[in-house]
Design a protein around this ligand. Structure first.
Ligand code: SF4
Ligand code: SF4
Length: 62
């Protein structure tokens, strides 16, 4: 099980992470990404952290 954390102050609003999430739990609104779906669906694939150049996303295995 994984915990997804997006530090809003670091998010530059590039919208790169949302479409690449295979679990479809990331959304984008008001120029910020956020976790909109069930975090339990996160596979820990790190696709989101790989494309996030600002380091705003962190994935922690619980
Ligand atoms: S680690 Fe993978 S499944 Fe989890 S939020 Fe990031 S892209 Fe989605
Ligand atoms: S990839 Fe990073 S900077 Fe870009 S929208 Fe997602 S969290 Fe924000």
């Amino acid at each position: 099980m994984f915990m997804v954390s997006i530090e809003e102050s670091l998010c530059t609003g590039c919208d790169s992470c949302v479409d690449g999430c295979p679990a479809h739990i990331l959304s984008f609104e008001n120029e910020k990404a956020f976790v909109s779906g069930d975090e339990c669906e996160c596979m820990g694939c790190e696709a989101c952290t790989a494309v996030c150049e600002s380091g705003a996303i962190s994935i922690t295995e619980m």
